[in-house]
Write a protein that binds this ligand. Sequence first.
Ligand SMILES: Nc1nc2c(ncn2[C@@H]2O[C@H](COP(=O)(O)OP(=O)(O)OP(=O)(O)O)[C@@H](O)[C@H]2O)c(=O)[nH]1
Ligand SMILES: [Mg+2]
Length: 278
Amino acid sequence: MPVNPGIHYQKAEEEYREAVTIQDKLKALKKMMALVPKHKSSENLQREIKERISRYTKILQKEKQQKKGKKSKFSIKKEGAATVVIVGTTNSGKSTLLSKLTNARPEIADYPFTTKKPEIGTMDYEGIKIQIVEIPAIFEHFEASQDGLALMSIIRLADLVILMFNNEEEKRLLRKELEEVLGEYIEFEKVKGLKDLIWRRLRLIKVYTKVPGGKKQFPPLALKKGDCIKDMAEHIHKDFIKKFHFARVWGKSVKHQGIRVNLDHVLEDNDLVELHMK
Ligand SMILES: Nc1nc2c(ncn2[C@@H]2O[C@H](COP(=O)(O)OP(=O)(O)OP(=O)(O)O)[C@@H](O)[C@H]2O)c(=O)[nH]1
Ligand SMILES: [Mg+2]
């Protein structure tokens, strides 16, 4: 069946072609999206419109950010195997925790709102680097505050959030303020083994490699749970798959230690992989 989008659609398309500003282009595209027939033969067209909408929306957002100067102010370059963000109310011990987990030395003081910008540190977990970021304290109507949006977007991009608060009321405040951006999170408790908990909740595994006759390499590689040897490829070398012959694996993922496996073998935490290349 040919795509027969109708007169209103055609008008919207004309508007789109004639639009000069990005705002007008987006407006017309959204009209086109609403008017395009939603059947199978127009799937390509629908996809094309969607892609254009997303492209123009991104440009617009970028422009807005640049105008407000927010991007340069707080954008954080993700580094390491994952990014964990410490978020909480004031004086809940965020900076204290950051300085315990990482090499960062943020100011720690008993007056409120000591931390005024994101503080960044690196946690070493058995050779794997994990980025940890402390966000300035959350308060009521946070998103509408001066740096609210920029800081919220850092929280949104986190692989894991550690929530810190002094009492139940503050916990409720955090839940409410962060509703839109909170993905994976843990509530901080003074427990030993926080580093291990972070590692487990990030759902990462560390895998050691060696060459035949060689020693176990350090540091290990950080992979996602469920990753196989093929997924290791991008962490090692782009020619890896082409040159791969077979591997031998020691660890939890194999019944028989040192057994030969192929690219699709799924790895587990602490596995040792001996790579045999062509
Ligand atoms: N008693 C006690 N005091 C703590 C603990 N953790 C932090 N403090 C104290 O609480 C105060 C605030 O600690 P920070 O680590 O600066 O807290 P924060 O959440 O970063 O605070 P802001 O950046 O100001 O929002 C300091 O005086 C710390 O010494 C703790 O576990 N026990
Ligand atoms: Mg602080």
